[in-house]
Design a protein around this ligand. Sequence first.
Ligand SMILES: [Zn+2]
Length: 451
Amino acid sequence: MKVKFIGAAGTVTGSKTLIESNGIRILIDCGLFQGIKPLRELNWQPLPVLASTIDFVLLTHGHLDHCGWLPRLVDQGFKGKIYCSGPTKEIAELILLDSGKIQEEEAEKANKEKYSKHEVAEPLYNVEQARKVFPHFRVVNTNEAVPLDAEISAVFVNAGHIIGACSIELKLENKILVFSGDIGRDNDVLMYPPTKPKKADYVFLESTYGDRLHPDSDPKSELEMYINNTFQRGGTVIIPSFAVERAQMIMYLLWQLKEEGKIPDMPYIIDSPMGVSAFEIFFENRKWHKVSLEDCIAINKMFTMITDYQETIDAIYNKHPKVVIAASGMVTGGRVLSYLERYIILPETTVIIVGYQAEGTRGRKLLEGAKEVKIYGKYYPVEAKILEIEGLSAHADQKGLLNWLSALENKPEKVFLVHSENQPADELRIKINETYGFDCSIPLMGQEFEL
Ligand SMILES: [Zn+2]
């Protein structure tokens, strides 16, 4: 068989690994490249094989960097099935529709401002094209062999990380290939620990945090302190957050603090239509996480969930202290901007950053102590306190990644380190070799291996 790395090789986005065996082509994940422009431009490149010749896509989870290129694949003639877990299908649909909308808006903006070098800027895909992916989804049960062909089968197992996330064990040509997908943490607040593989001839391991250890800090007590300090000043807390997973985690921590009587009575608001939908998926798929039905209902009750923009306006003009969770997570767009327009100039406000902030984003600038911030073309002085809570990552750190390999009963022929910048992958390579003596390889984009 042949394996070709066509995304998330030497970088953390655009996950795509192509397997070819006896005329069958399988794509593991089909993610969007994100971040700096040279990476985003890769989204416009065709695949090295015709989309119509790919038989199956196996999807590890619903994050955009793992599923966001599916509309292009379908548009270019993919006719096969996309296998994934139930919640992954739901999350992927939510994320693809949102992505289609963002692509449309960006093309529209480029045309309006004429900053595109093309005559007319086209979206990478639109909402309608995103929708055309949905009929291809086939939901699978975890821990059960899914036959793809007489000779090929796949088993999806829980990977923690976000709701529905799986690692995939692919059996073909009498070999077992294990694709980690994104691996969660062993002690995650919401998710169960990832299932460790027992047998593998080849491992394809994500290495996002291959060179890092998560801090020992306690995010819950930091949240408690920041909220109480802000409340005492009569201020509002604004938490920019990704709608999937991170928003549910913050809601859960806030609910626990409230239950324990550690934070005051005031409005707790989640202002994100996508965040509200993600909570519904979370609510309906309880076997995938640790939160009970009763607790889910209580969390739902504690929060004011805003989907209508008029309610956003009302919340913004209500001067009383409150806690608002709103997207986007890196303050690049979304409803959080409407709150910041009014609240960033007030010294009693606290903005709590709870996720990774990529270079060039407004969130990163705020973290780095920007004195003013531009929102919808206008500059605002930053008077609010900008604080950060680390330690909420949904990815395993170096220790977690090493631990994930600890149950292997045989020595794999090779461990491919993917989904990482070069430095973390290389440090992890050395650690894995020292710890287990496994042979590791860090594939380059476009590199092909004969297994
Ligand atoms: Zn992910």
